[in-house]
Design a protein around this ligand. Structure first.
Ligand code: SF4
Ligand code: SF4
Length: 221
């Protein structure tokens, strides 16, 4: 079946993700085809899978700082920068000057000083208040790259791991679908009903809710 807008995940990044998933998924009765299909179908991610990736990235980020010391500028909302100024016990005006922040057309600010002025060479000095753009990395970039809009965020060492998790989950679901279709049907129905309960929320609210729920589960494990 041809899904509109679907672009299979392919090329060297997909091969690497497949190999890592194969290594991790050491099950003799796992069909190679299931895993290959699971990796190539990563070109489309479900809302629940995106939420799971957002929750996981917080858990597995190694805090290597690559995303803080590269040459990319950082987008920050004015309110976020004001909160940071408060946290740093300084003024908004001063922090704007020190970080070389310039207003953008959409009302946000662009911090052009690189490496990021909040990185002290070892770590982020505003970690609890780091802007949304930092919190959402690398998932936000992975989503764009899977949609063909940007290149794969290979400077982040957890990019592959996040996709590996989803590929493994999909391959195991496929296996369960074949071996125990009734149970799989039941689980899928349960998931559908859960998502229906959230139908009053908009997409961002739903994603935030699901991410928080996964975060709670991961913190309990
Ligand atoms: S590059 Fe990736 S692993 Fe490193 S700090 Fe940034 S998000 Fe974490
Ligand atoms: S605000 Fe913190 S997490 Fe974000 S780029 Fe700067 S140092 Fe890194």
């Amino acid at each position: 079946m041809q899904v509109e807008g679907f672009k299979p995940f392919s090329g060297p990044d997909a091969i690497r993700v497949y190999r890592k998933a194969r290594e991790r998924l050491n099950m003799e009765n796992m069909k190679d085809d299931d895993l290959l299909n699971a990796v190539s179908s990563l070109g489309i991610l479900l809302e629940t899978e995106i939420a799971l990736m957002y929750a996981l990235q917080d858990q597995i980020c190694t805090k290597c700082g690559n995303c803080c010391t590269d040459n990319k500028s950082l987008r920050v909302q004015k309110t976020e920068l004001k909160q940071v100024a408060e946290y740093k016990k300084t003024s908004y005006k001063k922090i704007k000057k020190e970080t070389h922040s310039r207003p953008r057309r959409d009302g946000s600010m662009r911090i052009s000083r690189r490496p990021c002025p909040f990185h002290d060479g070892e770590q982020c000095t505003i970690y609890p208040l780091r802007p949304a753009e930092c919190r959402s990395y690398p998932v936000s970039e992975l989503l764009k790259s899977l949609g063909g809009k940007t290149t794969y965020p290979e400077d982040c060492e957890i990019s592959d791991d996040l996709l590996v998790e989803i590929a493994i989950k999909r391959a195991l679901e496929e296996k369960m679908n074949r071996e125990n279709p009734d149970l799989m049907k039941e689980l899928t129905e349960k998931k559908k009903q859960e998502l229906q309960k959230l139908s009053g929320m908009n997409q961002n609210q739903r994603l935030a809710y699901l991410t928080q729920r996964y975060q709670n589960t991961l913190n309990r494990d």
